[in-house]
Write a new protein. Sequence first.
Length: 255
Amino acid sequence: MSLVFITGSTEGLGRNAAETLIEQGHRVVLHARTRERADALADLLPRTEGIVIGDLSQADEVVGLAEQVNRLGKMDAIIHNAGVYTSADRLPTSEGHARTLAVNVLAPYLLTTMLDRPQRLVFLSSGLHKGGKANFQDINWHLRTWNEDQAYAESKLYVTALALAIARHWPDVKSNAVNPGWVPTRMGGQYASDDLNEGHLTQTWLAVSNDSAALTSGGYWFHHQRHAPASLATETEFQDQLLSVLAELTGIPLR
């Protein structure tokens, strides 16, 4: 059975993924932003390998989170499930732009570079990434007028390109991006129209399945089907430029 770490597993897609993997007999490491948030996992905790605590919007806490995970052993798979859409968190603009990039892009990049290299990586994207327009000169939205919809779309474009870049640079790792659809989670809202089960089952399938399709790399998936991502995300020059920007922002290059 696989050992799987899932970020953002206190609710929604992350918790559902954890429950599914536990029921399948896999060993799961949970994640919560704070100790208070970890209380929501009290019922699952006895059936897991443990829980790690850290706020993905804070670089120092991401570093600490990586150290906690590495102490638990080398993961077979990592699901970078956590994500934010600032309107759902009711953050002011001054905090929103920083947190969107930090949680959706910088945290998965940092964890990927700092954790012992797993066999599989799954990054949560969004169909909205196709509306993202890259702007490496103002990736933090310090110069532009804040637009949370565009910032979210950009962040998902970047994380999709990151998944594909890692697949190319690390041929020994199966790295894929997943569009879970517009699902009724806290972030998606009650009127979301896509299937919540399909949203998380695609993650878990890519993380642990031995199906031939799940053993591929460099894909962008929606409901167990491989789809074409935004063309920009597939361009090697764009991917490598992104890796360079992320290395500069974090101080840690992809090894």
